[in-house]
Design a protein around this ligand. Structure first.
Ligand SMILES: *Cc1c(COP(=O)(O)O)cnc(C)c1O
Length: 379
């Protein structure tokens, strides 16, 4: 019997039904002969601002570049400290270092896997210029009481929302769109993100006019009019073809997010009696990943067991940022951020996409159950 493979992400299922509209979008840009900062980027920016409920949305070349522009626009300069999480994709800390600033890590909350707001607030000091939270796996980071601590200290609160387009932030008992609580948020349109493009792309969301203007200038060589350069920026532009393609996908994003939430609910229900720790429920979460925690020492064996049943999984992230070779110069050691290190040892991401069927979810769960009932894996 041939067992059908369950991929970790299924872009084909998402893109195939849109194929004609996507082809038309590319053809339209080709005939327009406008490839850089034309009507498609402007339209996509306006649509994204409206969709996200934030005054300004500025398209840029990637999520990483969105972080760089956001940090610079918020006034972070070489030598300034930026408090952030040690448990994220490398781009979070890379953007800080790329502009010459100094990352200062605070440990994560072991339940949400996001930067722990109280631990982060403790790291604010005289040289802190910003705090960069990450809405990891689609779950908005808790900003109480961090937002108030930042405001009190004159520190910019920035959001790495690369995995969290459409998520909402809880603050003071209310939900707020990402990018509106602090100085701004960075989005990524990397193909596997919830709004995935056909190549690289990113965006800065902000409610702050000065930050919006600064990002617009920075993405285009520090220029707000031709041959006049206010600051040193770069080439961080989103291009017309990418914007046109993303505009085809945006109207479907709300339904896809609902699909992810259905998959998450299903996993949660089916997995509840198994000896794995489930991600906590959260209505505002957009589930870029569904990450379970597997008892020490069993994570990789479970992944191999599932791979043997044609079920793909992924490890986000096998090493925390402070222990990456590129960060060795910071002098961190194992034990410095124990909750991040624990998550790096025991988290496993299951297949997650809007089109994952009930049968597929069932098979994933049976695979997990089979692992724990087989002899070698018992406690
Ligand atoms: C994907 C990602 C980025 C970087 O986005 P790119 O578009 O790939 O540059 C930054 N931060 C986090 C948390 C991410 O997941």
């Amino acid at each position: 019997m041939v067992v059908e493979r369950i991929p970790f992400v299924d872009l084909q299922a998402q893109n195939a039904p849109l194929r004609e509209a996507l082809d038309r979008a590319v053809a339209g840009v080709l005939s327009s002969n406008r490839f850089i900062l034309g009507p498609e980027v402007a339209r996509f920016e306006a649509d994204m601002a409206a969709w996200q409920g934030v005054p300004a949305a500025i398209g840029v070349s990637s999520g990483t570049d969105a972080l760089i522009c956001l940090l610079l626009a918020a006034g972070v300069r070489p030598g300034d400290e930026v408090v952030t999480t040690p448990y994220s994709f490398i781009a979070t800390v890379e953007a800080i270092l790329r502009i010459g600033a100094v990352p200062v890590f605070a440990d994560i909350n072991p339940e949400t896997l996001n930067l722990d707001p109280a631990r982060a607030a403790e790291r604010l000091g005289p040289r802190t210029r910003a705090v960069l939270v990450v809405h990891l796996f689609g779950r908005a980071a808790r900003l109480d009481p961090l937002a108030a601590a930042c405001a009190g200290a004159g520190v910019a609160l920035l959001e790495d929302a690369a995995q969290a387009v459409g998520a909402t932030v809880h603050l003071n008992g209310h939900r707020h769109p990402i990018g509106t609580v602090g100085a701004g948020a960075a989005l990524s349109f990397f193909p596997s993100k919830n709004l995935g493009g056909f190549g690289d792309g990113g965006m800065v969301l902000t409610a702050d006019r000065a930050i919006a203007a600064a990002v617009r200038s920075l993405r285009n060589h520090g220029s707000d009019r031709k041959h006049h350069h206010q600051t040193i920026g770069g080439n961080f532009r989103l291009d017309e073809i990418q914007a046109a393609l993303l505009s085809v996908k945006l109207p479907h994003l709300a339904a896809w997010t609902e699909g992810r939430r259905r998959v998450a609910d299903r996993y949660r229900r089916l997995l509840q009696d198994l000896p794995v720790r489930l991600p906590p429920p959260d209505d505002g979460c957009v589930w870029n990943q569904f990450v379970i925690r597997v008892r020490d020492g069993h994570r990789d064996a479970l992944a191999a067991h599932l791979a043997g049943r044609e079920i793909e999984t992924a490890t986000y992230y096998p090493a925390p940022l402070h222990l990456q070779p590129a960060m060795a110069f910071m002098g961190h050691r194992p034990g410095d951020f124990p909750d991040a290190e624990q998550a790096a040892r025991d988290s496993l991401a299951l297949p997650m996409y809007p089109h994952l069927t009930e049968d597929q979810a069932q098979r994933v769960v049976e695979g997990v159950a089979g692992f724990f009932s087989s002899a070698g894996a018992s406690p």
